[in-house]
Design a protein. Structure first.
Length: 466
């Protein structure tokens, strides 16, 4: 071993403790450990933060941080650091009443196999465990395709086809099977974001239906929404008072359809403006050191006019002045921008996604939402009937018509919220339901002028009825 390897300082485990704000009368709040990416540019990390803020109201919550600088790297030194961190995490998990793993394979390891191996270590170390599956893939058998490509001497196609099938196997099938088997010695449950995934877990994977829980992503309480102030970024734009503000949110990626939002803006009157609140994902940005990200370049060409990047004389100020790139923002500013928009656009393209943070945030913020009819959004709509305005994906003419014909669905009440999400996590963890007096105490502190809301148990019954 080299001398510099001997002198390397061990990476430090990061964790965050949130004591229960409204413990039960006996003072013994349930102890929950959440293992997740945290405090980084990652959708899972952001969701873990809000889940912890919801659950800490009635449980002692500790977040064990999966350091993404360590776990996502495949170098020998990073693997050693990740193994060291995981041993530390696993050594502490038995002291909790239950553990929740926010499972997105990319946050656990650089490959599907390494992510699965670390998944099994966390399951084994936990007294009881719930796993929130943020990616749920079909295990498609591709052996026939493999041999067909091989017979045609298409070696690359054969290899990558088999590789994709193996990845799916290690990302969903094997983790579910391992969790199912763990029920022989502990309570091991699944949390998914659509009813479709519930049926797949039960029918295809044989998971006990009583141990599968579903709830869409949920972020903000009414109290947290009311604390949001006006966006400082939007104030700097100096937009006219008659502006109708459209917004797209999250990392700029082709499947999220920001280019479609630019297309539709050309059809709308001049008082319509578009904000793009997000930037290129850091892992994509590092591949574009000297040049623009290709998809961003495509969006810019649409804004400036066909071929205008090659010929600056074709710049069209009318559209250039109506599109505003705001970049990646910190949490509160991101939410404030969304709150200040008149319409939240989600012109996504189908890639098999099962959940979306921006659409859930928009519901929490009671915003007008126009979303494309992808399978994921259609599943999401089952929890929020008659709440979303929808259009066929890529049809920007239909999108423009929807924008100019509001249905005022944002005024409708919804059955799912942070309260039912907290109830789902309590049930999945095997915790007793939050007592009515705890709920009343929370309401007294956060809504002193409003009537006491229903208990979390009653909120959960609404979801089950829906």
């Amino acid at each position: 071993m080299k001398a510099d390897e001997l002198e390397r300082e061990p990476v430090m485990l990061r964790k965050h403790f949130f004591p229960a704000e409204y413990p039960p009368a006996n003072g013994k709040a349930p102890k929950l450990a959440i293992v997740s990416a945290y405090d980084c540019l990652c959708g899972i990390a952001e969701y873990a933060y809000f889940v912890a803020q919801s659950l800490r109201k009635f449980a002692d919550v500790t977040i064990f941080v999966l350091d993404q600088e360590v776990f996502k790297c495949g170098s020998a030194s990073s693997r050693a650091d990740a193994d060291h961190l995981l041993r530390e995490i696993c050594s502490e998990l038995p002291s909790f009443d239950s553990v929740n793993l926010q499972f997105e394979p990319g946050t656990l390891g650089p490959s599907s196999r390494s992510a699965y191996h670390r998944f099994t270590q966390i399951v084994d170390a936990s007294p009881d465990i719930s796993v929130t599956f943020h990616t749920f893939l079909d295990d498609v058998k591709e052996s026939r395709g493999f041999w067909n490509e091989l017979r045609r001497f298409r070696l690359t196609a054969a290899f990558f086809g088999r590789s994709r099938s193996t990845s799916r196997y290690y990302l969903t099938t094997k983790p579910v099977a391992y969790l199912k088997n763990a029920n022989k010695t502990k309570r091991a449950t699944c949390i998914v974001h659509t009813k479709r995934e519930v049926e797949r877990l039960v029918r295809r994977h044989g998971f006990n239906r009583r141990l599968v829980f579903d709830h869409p992503l949920s972020y903000l309480s009414d109290a947290e929404v009311n604390q949001l102030k006006g966006s400082r970024m939007l104030q700097t734009l100096g937009l006219p008072s008659e502006t109708v503000l459209l917004g797209v949110f999250g990392f700029i990626s082709e499947y999220k359809g920001a280019d479609l939002a630019v297309d539709v803006l050309r059809m709308l009157p001049d008082n319509y403006h578009l904000v793009i609140a997000g930037g290129v994902h850091p892992h994509e940005a590092k591949h574009c050191v000297k040049k623009l990200n290709p998809f961003v370049q495509e969006i810019m060409a649409k804004i400036l006019g066909q071929n205008s990047l090659d010929d600056p004389t074709q710049i069209q100020p009318s559209i250039l002045e109506r599109v505003h790139f705001l970049g990646a923002q910190e949490r509160d500013e991101f939410l404030q921008i969304m709150k200040d928009c008149d319409v939240v656009l989600l012109p996504y393209r189908e890639i098999g996604q099962t959940s979306s943070g921006p659409i859930s945030m928009a519901v929490d913020l009671k915003k007008r939402i126009i979303a494309s009819r992808t399978a994921g959004f259609l599943e999401f709509a089952k929890y929020f009937p008659n709440r979303l305005e929808m259009f066929d994906q890529n049809n920007f003419i239909e999108l423009g018509q929807r924008i100019r014909s509001p249905q005022h669905l944002e005024k409708r009440s919804v059955a799912c919220s942070w309260k039912t999400n907290a109830a789902t996590y309590f049930s999945a963890s095997g915790f007793a339901a939050v007592a009515e007096n705890q709920w009343r105490e929370y309401e007294a502190d956060n809504s002193p002028d409003s009537p006491v809301e229903e208990s979390i148990e009653m909120e959960l019954s609404k979801v089950e009825a829906a």
